[in-house]
Design a protein around this ligand. Structure first.
Ligand code: NDP
Length: 253
């Protein structure tokens, strides 16, 4: 079992779904976790849950679309735990609709949160890592959460899919820029997992046919990403950077 003792991870979008799960698994592996989201009461509840289980956790208010909020979240994290060496840029939203009808405000919100937000969160983490000497330690780990949708075409998903395709390329760009600064950057692209982001769709009639049409005729299990996340957050992945891991239960086959 990989041990993350001594490492500190900041998880953007830790108030529900995959991000809350990522926080739990990183904490279980021995890491300190900083839980960022806009719904502060949710991350505070998760902080209490993890502390009760013996982990070191800190809830911080975070809006990834606001640079000042990103900086403030890192400031709080550093004041408590020191340098954040692991960044999980997981915050995301979806706003679908036929491309001819979707409001400009929805397009901007999705790109701003999913792509610009991941950029700001990764960049602030990298700046601080570089300033703290990650070049010598080679301990920086940045994990971007993309989506299988980056490589697929679904009517009504244009802005979301474009934001996630952007994430995969952002990961490769950052990986090349920061490779000599001791920071590895990788992307995980999950398939469809039932969380709050797709709950309304999941409960609708439309989802039945779509799920039945998946290769395994079911949504992916939320914990199917855990081992990859812990690996990418650890020293074991020292030689892995600029990679895009699609973990989608065969959805893209
Ligand atoms: P959830 O809706 O459960 O979680 C989304 C998280 O993002 C929440 O914690 C939310 O927190 C946070 N978030 C949204 N906007 C912001 C913001 N401006 N600032 C900070 N945090 C924000 O969905 P998932 O867990 O499924 O999604 C997590 C990631 O996984 C997303 O990037 C999503 O695109 C991706 N993904 C999900 C898939 C799925 O099928 N579920 C498939 C492929 C990828 P809050 O609202 O409290 O700020």
């Amino acid at each position: 079992m990989i041990n993350l003792a001594g490492r500190t991870a900041l998880i953007a979008g830790a108030s529900s779904g995959l991000g809350a799960g990522f926080a739990r698994v990183l904490a279980r592996a021995g890491g300190r976790v900083v839980l960022g989201a806009r719904r502060i009461e949710r991350v505070e509840a998760l902080e209490r849950e993890l502390a009760d289980a013996g982990a070191e956790a800190l809830a911080v208010s975070l809006d990834v679309t606001e640079e000042a909020s990103v900086i403030a979240a890192y400031d709080r994290a550093e004041a408590r735990f020191g340098i954040v060496d692991t960044v999980v840029a997981n915050a995301g939203i979806a706003a679908g609709g036929r491309s001819t009808a979707v409001p400009a405000s929805d397009i901007r919100r999705v790109i701003d949160t999913n792509l610009v937000g991941a950029y700001l969160v990764a960049r602030e983490g990298a700046r601080r890592l570089i300033a703290s000497g990650s070049r010598d330690r080679e301990d920086g780990r940045i994990i971007l959460i993309g989506s299988v949708t980056a490589g697929q075409v679904h009517t009504g998903d244009a802005a979301y899919a474009a934001s996630k395709a952007g994430i995969a390329h952002l990961g490769r760009q950052f990986a090349r820029e920061w490779i000599r600064q001791g920071i590895n950057v990788n992307t995980i692209q999950p398939g469809w997992i039932h969380t709050e982001i797709n709950d309304a769709w999941y409960r609708s009639d439309a989802s039945r046919g779509a799920i039945a049409g998946l290769p395994r005729r079911r949504m992916q299990e939320a914990d199917s990403l855990d081992a990859m996340l812990v690996y990418l957050a650890s020293d074991c992945s020292k030689a892995v950077t600029g990679a895009v891991f699609t973990i989608d239960d065969g959805q893209s086959l």
